[in-house]
Design a protein around this ligand. Structure first.
Ligand SMILES: O=C(O)C(=O)C[C@]1(C(=O)O)C=C[C@@H](O)C=C1
Length: 372
């Protein structure tokens, strides 16, 4: 393989480097002017919002999803659509910070996949704060110390994050968005540890489970130690010999660790879904999901009765989880996700019937399907 750009062709050979760089300088100036013009426009948007409502919410997830999807649809290359959307993600993040910076709390510590999800969703200009537990993230947003929270909710290999679902039972916070992150685990070591000397491997229990087969094949005799997070695993390894951590890119960078092996997860499409929680309802974006929690009386056919209206109104369910209710022995609550927004007539018709059948129903929020 040579290192040539994909659009390389023989015609480019006649153009000299200096001329190409002059062209890039001219283009950069135009890009700079355009970004500045866009930022000034966002400042005007802020004034309009404030004139309409002194308590205006500046961050608009539905609009951001529309902007990113439009950019991906318009993009003609050579940069990939996702790459272009990531650049625009940062431009919007900076524009929003001019209006009012977003304060987001996430399940920490620093270096976790949840931090990566927060950055992916809000961009670099958001002020992100790590907190040690999922219920603390909920409390921080409830108290108004953060505008939004970012918490993991399900992993494609390991299933649901029960703490997050349980936290929704006792809160009035709404779901404002979702982020799906491809999870790549690496085997990380400090500079003093050799491949054949690793005798102990630290990670979060979910990550150890997600790499179980790889560990059985490559390090069958190493002790596996579950710790509170991948980032904590990386922190320990930084100051120890003959130990390794399983963690992601952010933790590797934060603690300056070396990657002995990359992408060691057993399932190649291993991904985690995170939820953005906040205090307000999000208007329709054009491609939305809704989450609700419902409790049923304990009687035969109760679950069928609950789900039947979705089927009849052609509402497409994407997830169903049950959790023990905290009130009453052997009562269950159901968490349901489906495609569509609660303002759509088809969804409203289904919800109306579900409300008649269930003991209790609470819509946790309608929000744009994750774009990036
Ligand atoms: O359209 C808005 O409401 C804006 O505030 C502008 C803008 C943007 O930069 O495009 C910035 C922040 C919002 O979250 C959404 C979009």
């Amino acid at each position: 393989m040579t290192d040539q750009p994909s659009s390389f062709d023989n015609n480019d050979q006649g153009v000299d480097l200096g001329a190409l760089r002059d062209r890039i300088d001219t283009l950069d100036q135009r890009i700079l002017d355009l970004i500045s013009e866009r930022a000034a426009c966002a400042q005007q948007v802020a004034h309009v919002k404030l004139a309409e409502d002194p308590e205006a919410v500046f961050y608009r997830p539905e609009r951001e999803a529309q902007v990113l999807k439009r950019i991906m649809a318009l993009n003609k290359g050579p940069l990939a659509g996702e790459e272009m959307a990531r650049l625009f993600r940062e431009i919007m993040s900076a524009c929003l910070a001019l209006e009012k910076p977003v304060r987001a709390a996430y399940l920490g510590p620093e270096g976790t996949f949840t931090q990566q999800a927060a950055l992916k969703h809000f961009g670099d200009s958001a002020v992100c704060k790590p907190l040690p537990a999922i219920d603390e993230v909920f409390r921080e947003v409830e108290a108004g110390a953060a505008n939004y929270g970012v918490v993991p909710v399900e992993n494609s290999t390991e299933g649901v994050v029960n703490h997050t679902l349980d936290s929704f039972m006792d809160t009035s916070l709404r779901i404002c968005g979702e982020v799906v992150l491809r999870i790549h685990h690496h085997l990380l070591v400090g500079s003093n540890t050799r491949r054949d000397k690793v005798s102990r491997i630290y990670s979060h229990s979910q990550s150890l489970a997600q790499c179980r087969k790889w560990l059985d094949a490559h390090y069958p005799h190493a002790e596996r130690v579950a710790v509170s997070s991948n980032a904590e695993a990386a922190r320990r390894v930084k100051s120890e010999w003959h130990t390794a951590a399983i963690a992601g890119d952010m933790a590797a960078r934060l603690y300056g660790l070396e990657r002995l092996e990359e992408k060691i997860e057993d399932m190649p499409d291993n991904s985690t879904r995170f939820l953005i929680i906040g205090n307000h309802d999000v208007p329709p974006s054009g491609e939305d999901k809704t989450s609700l929690v419902a409790s049923m009386r304990n009687q035969p056919g109760a679950l069928h009765d609950l789900l039947e209206p979705f089927h009849r109104h052609k509402v497409d369910m994407t997830r169903l989880e049950s959790r023990p209710s905290r009130h009453g022995l052997w009562n269950y609550v159901f968490f349901i996700d489906f495609k569509g927004h609660q303002e759509e007539p088809r969804v409203q018709a289904a919800l109306e019937e579900v409300r008649l059948r269930a003991a209790d129903v609470r819509v946790l929020g309608s929000y744009p399907v994750g774009v990036l």
